[in-house]
Ligand binder design. Structure first.
Ligand code: NAD
Length: 283
């Protein structure tokens, strides 16, 4: 399938990173958000990100200008009428996504592919709300999008082979590396990563090692770029706790029990970097 025009719905952290990546690969993008302020913020973020690439000598100024010229913005979903692919990257709320996807399906052409960047909502369930689930798929980018090479492609029960193949091709064209996984809570990567971080809280709570030692251990012994507890502070302890609670509920397996220390820190409001303290204290 020939994908030339891509719609990105949501201009936040992920949406503007996706728009930047798509534009840099030479494709045209229409980025949609509800307010002009959200669009302006998204454009400013990606524009600064491109500027940093120029400053580092990784992009020339003409390529930056050309990428910016390929990005159009709008707060009107009707502008998606001619896109070949839409990537939905709006706020993580089920009711909102169902509404947005319904609207997208009513606007785009019959051959357009509809993808979502959700990190936790079932691709099968979202696809089930559409008239044509065969053209619906998960396209899970990682944060920060311009730097992270992986796209986890998630096939729902109704996703067609043709859709999977088209998304695998476009992912490579975007300069990313795809893995293809079946729909399941947490998909593949977070299903492994989040329980690993949870286990680090158990090791800390049991007094087996200090936070600094646990993080150094995983950096130096497992070659992780960042220790699990420092990563927890970046992701947000509240987010990790809610993910563990979802896994425990959905799989019904006690192995996903959240560490009581994680729960205690969240109860204390120590959500991580965003509030200045989590496992560590930030100045
Ligand atoms: P964000 O809050 O930074 O951005 C969400 C954007 O969606 C906001 O700009 C908001 O105005 C916009 N929006 C809300 N309703 C809309 C509507 N009706 N139409 C168009 N835009 C609308 O959120 P984010 O972190 O970019 O997350 C977006 C999606 O990406 C979520 O599904 C999230 O689960 C997923 N995700 C996030 C990360 C991450 O690390 N942040 C990683 C992978 C996937």
């Amino acid at each position: 399938m020939n994908i030339e025009l891509v719609g990105v719905v949501g201009a936040g952290t992920m949406g503007n990173g996706i728009a930047q990546t798509v534009a840099l690969s030479g494709l045209k993008v229409i980025m949609i958000d509800v307010t002009d302020a959200a669009l302006a913020k998204g454009v400013a973020t990606l524009s600064n990100s491109l500027e940093r690439l120029v400053a580092k000598g990784n992009l020339d100024a003409d390529a930056r200008a050309a990428a910016l010229a390929r990005i159009e913005t709008s707060n009107d979903c009707q502008r998606l009428a001619d896109v070949d692919l839409v990537i939905e990257a709006a706020t993580e709320r089920n009711d909102l996504k169902v509404r947005i996807l319904e609207q997208i399906e009513s606007v785009v052409g019959a051959d357009a592919i509809i993808a979502t960047n959700t990190s936790s909502i079932s691709i099968t369930a979202l696809g089930g709300t559409l008239a044509a689930p065969s053209r619906f798929i998960g396209m899970h980018f990682f944060n920060p999008v311009p730097l992270m090479p992986l796209v986890e492609i998630i096939r729902g029960i109704g996703t067609s082979d043709q859709t999977v193949e088209a998304i695998r091709e476009i992912t490579v064209r975007l300069g990313k590396s795809p893995i293809i996984v079946r729909n399941s809570p947490g998909f593949a990567v977070n299903r492994i990563l989040v329980p690993m971080i949870n286990e680090a809280f158990f090791v800390l709570a049991e007094g087996i090692a200090t936070a600094e030692e646990i993080d150094a251990g995983m950096r130096l012994g497992a070659n992780h770029p960042i220790g699990p507890l420092a990563l927890a502070d970046m992701v947000g302890l509240d987010v990790l706790l809610s993910v563990m609670d979802v896994y425990q509920k959905e799989f019904g397996d006690p192995k996903y029990r959240a560490c009581p220390l994680l729960r205690e820190l969240v109860a204390a409001g120590r959500f991580g970097r965003k509030v200045g303290q989590g496992v560590y204290i930030y100045q």
